[in-house]
Design a protein around this ligand. Structure first.
Ligand SMILES: [Ca+2]
Length: 448
């Protein structure tokens, strides 16, 4: 997860900003031009736009259109009017397309899926991160850098291009969202908020209640994924405030849980560098979670991890042991790897495994049931980028028996146009995938 932590500015972002700026400028020029030829009346603009433009030709902002000597023939003027009309129409089309947002132009045809599966754009959500579903079908989406929480009504006929509404803004990395008994729980860096009766107040949410504000305020690995467990407790991770260090294990690098009212917080598991996704097995009800390996040990070590916490109180190694068998050069001397619970599955090095969910739907072929889908956000400092994909882990008797790519193509060569963050199984069995780079939520469906 260091990719998030270090927050680079990508070339793509600079290009997007430049394109947006050019579109704003083009719109302004068109408006000024229409304004001039129509004396700034709305009716005049309409007439000018629908019938072609009057005499003159724009040569620059400083030159009035109708003040120049004009020795051209009527035929030349007519031709110029047609050219101008075409140019203005093209610019309007370009600006309208840009306004419709680049997300609609996402190259989803580059995403490779197993036969029978298809991916489509479900909604455009800037900086889309963790997702949860309300009991009345509202999809809630947290963000990290944007500071907003979004709501999207998912019921209804259309399954694409859903419109999000902002239900909270200006929060401190509100990455985590969870829903219970009509209320939305939102995790900022140091506190958890609760928005009561949220689905009937999407356009005017009440002030949130503060459920618990006692978490550390360190930004480093401070954004949280949260979820309610089968025990009814809210699980809240606290990452390590560093790449590698040995902080108080009661405070950091752990997974905590607390009652729904924020009371009785306790550490459920330790030795976790930074988990940004977890779920409970549909049958065993046991916790599984991803963990992001440390940086600066090389391109190929350590692996990211899929872990299995069969009971409370386990220690998963950080900062002493990575991937179950790699002693940390500095912290490995004090405690050996054999003291810790190894990962159930080693994931790719630096893939930044974030969201993970068991597949509980019935849309996909039967063999997918109870497999784990993992969103790999993608490496930030590996020589050859890795991740930027959805992988799937198959379990047998509580053991991971395979780990394979399921959806990939967000990475093209050494450049990524999207980065998967979280996964959600919808009631119809389709998967939603959030992408904070492209600002999108995708829907992956299976066609029989
Ligand atoms: Ca570990």
């Amino acid at each position: 997860m260091s990719a998030d932590f270090y927050g680079r500015i990508s070339v793509e972002k600079i290009l997007k900003t430049t394109i947006n700026f050019q579109m704003v400028r083009a719109k302004r020029l068109i408006f000024l031009y229409l304004c001039r030829v129509s004396q700034c009346s709305i009716g005049g603009m309409f007439v000018a736009f629908s019938t072609g433009f009057p005499t003159g030709e724009p040569t620059g902002d400083s030159q009035p259109f109708d003040s120049r000597p004009n020795n051209r023939t009527e035929e030349q003027r007519a031709m110029n009017r047609r050219k101008l009309t075409l140019m203005a129409l093209s610019l309007f089309w370009m600006s309208a397309s840009a306004a419709a947002n680049a997300a609609e132009d996402l190259p989803l045809n580059k995403i490779h899926l197993p036969p029978g599966f298809e991916i489509s754009l479900f909604a455009k959500v800037p900086n889309a991160r963790s997702m949860t579903l309300g009991s009345n079908g509202t999809l809630f989406v947290g963000t990290r850098t944007a500071g907003n929480v979004y709501a999207i009504a998912t019921r209804g006929e259309a399954t694409q291009n859903k419109k999000p509404v902002v239900i909270a803004r200006g929060l401190n990395m509100p990455n985590g969202v969870a829903f219970r008994d009509g209320a939305l729980y939102v995790a900022e860096v140091n506190r958890v908020l609760r928005y009561d009766d949220i689905e009937s107040r999407l356009n005017a949410p009440s002030q949130p209640a503060v459920v618990n504000a006692n978490f550390p305020s360190d930004n480093s690995h401070g954004w949280k994924f949260i979820a309610f467990g089968p025990d009814g407790w809210l699980y809240v991770p606290v990452g390590a405030p560093c790449n590698i260090c040995e902080p108080d294990s009661n405070r950091y690098a752990n997974l905590q849980r607390m009652r729904v009212d924020g009371g009785a917080p306790e550490v459920f598991a330790r030795g976790i560098r930074n988990t940004v996704g977890f779920d409970w097995h549909p049958q065993t009800k046991q916790l599984w979670f991803t963990d992001n390996g440390r940086d600066r040990l090389g391109d190929d070590v350590p692996p990211d991890e899929l872990n299995h916490a069969a009971k409370p109180g386990l220690h998963f190694g950080y900062p002493h042991c990575h991937g179950g068998d790699i002693a940390d050069p500095e912290f490995g001397k004090s405690r050996p790897c054999k003291e810790f619970t190894p990962p159930a599955q080693k994931l790719g090095p630096h893939v930044a495994a974030l969201g993970m969910r068991f597949y509980t739907g019935s849309m996909f072929p039967a063999e997918y049931r109870n497999r784990i889908f993992i969103a790999e956000h993608g490496s930030w400092n590996r020589s050859t980028p890795l991740g930027y994909r959805i992988t799937v882990v198959q379990l047998k008797d509580n053991q991971a028996v395979s780990y394979k790519p399921f959806a990939e193509g967000w990475l093209q060569g050494s450049r990524a146009w999207g980065r998967p963050v979280d996964i959600l199984v919808m009631p119809d069995g389709a998967l939603l995938v959030s992408d904070d780079e492209a600002g999108a939520i995708y829907r992956i469906a299976y066609k029989k």
